[in-house]
Write a protein of this length. Structure first.
Length: 378
């Protein structure tokens, strides 16, 4: 990526030569040009919220910024991109959306996330550190910035306007109002599950901001909960891409002897899964891990993997995440172990599963969703 301060070499994480998606886009470049052209002072405390693959903090590393992200993959990409550029460890402070926020913010740069709820939560958490002279600039592609986005900035921080579009990207300019009366933070959000989801009927689910379908049970998971495998006698179960943890919690309630691993690359998701599990008073043993799928799980150590794979990487549609999840599941399953997948019918996951496992069974189907089962042979 070409920046006003020179070229920076960037990659996503994990690096995949088949993946043609870049680690930056026009909105990152637009924001950096604006900072240079307007000579925005960067000598104070610079905070970058939502930097997807580290493009912004890598370009601004000389100013020792703080990055706040919900993505473990994004954080790892940032570390790799900083190292690729020869930036010393510690030049950039890497925080997650679950960490305490900085006490003071002089420049707040916001890469608008896909989730308006996550933006709301993070702006409300950062607002006490923002002062009247704080420079607040947001950025995103035109299709990512809506009237609701601008209203949110204005409701939490102060008067807000947008720039003209360049290369389908737009900037957001917000003037902090120290006298602003801010709303209370509504996150996390807790609701009771419907009566048609088996063992979880009527039980609470806890959602931190940014978790997929945080205000309701999505229809794919709802369908999955009606068709989960029997796990009596099963020792080790993984809720892969756990989200708010309802699938793994359902298994733990049905089989208290099972050891359930909840894993997701979202810090908000794993926090939600742990909160949901604890809210339901499950007596069994569980582990909660943020990371890249099943990395770190020993080969042949798992009996059942349950998976509702995402098919978007931010705004891009891709099956790369599903491929990694399926491959990882085959590695960690014991001979005879099973991978259960729910997905949109049109995604054709059965083709990938048959190629990888040599088998795939349709467990249940409806016009939009299917539940598939693949068994690891010897």
């Amino acid at each position: 990526m070409t920046t006003p301060w020179g070229e920076v070499s960037l990659a996503r994480h994990p690096e995949d030569p088949r993946d043609r998606l870049r680690a930056w886009d026009a909105s990152d470049a637009y924001l950096l040009r604006h900072l240079a052209e307007r000579e925005v002072p960067l000598s104070g405390d610079v905070v970058v919220l939502g930097d997807r693959w580290g493009a912004l903090v890598t370009a601004l590393a000389a100013h020792r910024p703080v990055q706040i992200t919900d993505s473990w993959l994004g954080q790892e990409a940032t570390r790799a991109n900083l190292a690729r550029g020869g930036v010393e460890t510690g030049s950039v402070r890497l925080l997650t959306t679950r960490d305490p926020v900085p006490e003071r913010v002089d420049v707040l740069l916001v890469r608008v996330p896909k989730s308006l709820a996550l933006l709301e939560d993070q702006l409300l958490r950062l607002a006490p550190a923002v002062h009247a002279d704080t420079v607040v600039v947001g950025t995103g592609m035109v299709k990512e910035i809506h009237t609701s986005t601008l209203r949110l900035f204005e409701r939490v921080l102060g008067p807000t306007r947008t720039s003209l579009a360049q290369q389908k990207a737009r900037l957001i300019f917000c003037t902090p109002d120290p006298e602003k009366v801010r709303p209370a933070n509504p996150w996390p959000y807790v609701y009771d599950l419907p009566d048609d989801v088996g063992v979880l009927a009527g039980r609470p689910v806890v959602n931190h901001a940014g978790v997929f379908c945080a205000d309701r049970l999505d229809i794919g998971t709802r369908f999955f909960l009606r068709h989960l495998p029997e796990t009596d006698g099963v020792r080790r179960v993984v809720d892969l891409g756990c989200g708010n943890g309802v699938v793994g919690t359902a298994v733990a309630l049905a089989n208290p002897k099972a050891e359930v691993l909840f894993t997701d690359e979202s810090f908000q998701a794993v926090a939600s899964a742990e909160a949901t599990y604890k809210a339901n008073g499950v007596p069994g043993h569980a582990e909660f891990r943020v990371g890249d799928g099943l990395t770190g799980v020993p080969d042949g150590s798992v009996d059942v993997v349950l998976n509702n794979p995402p098919f978007h990487s931010h705004q891009a549609t891709t099956d790369a995440t599903a491929r990694r999840m399926f491959t990882g599941a085959r590695r960690v399953l014991r001979p005879g172990g099973e991978l259960w997948v729910v997905g949109n019918r049109h995604l054709g996951y059965h083709v990938q599963l048959r190629r990888l496992f040599g088998n795939c069974e349709l467990v249940a189907g409806e016009p939009k969703f299917v539940v598939l089962r693949a068994v690891r042979r010897q």
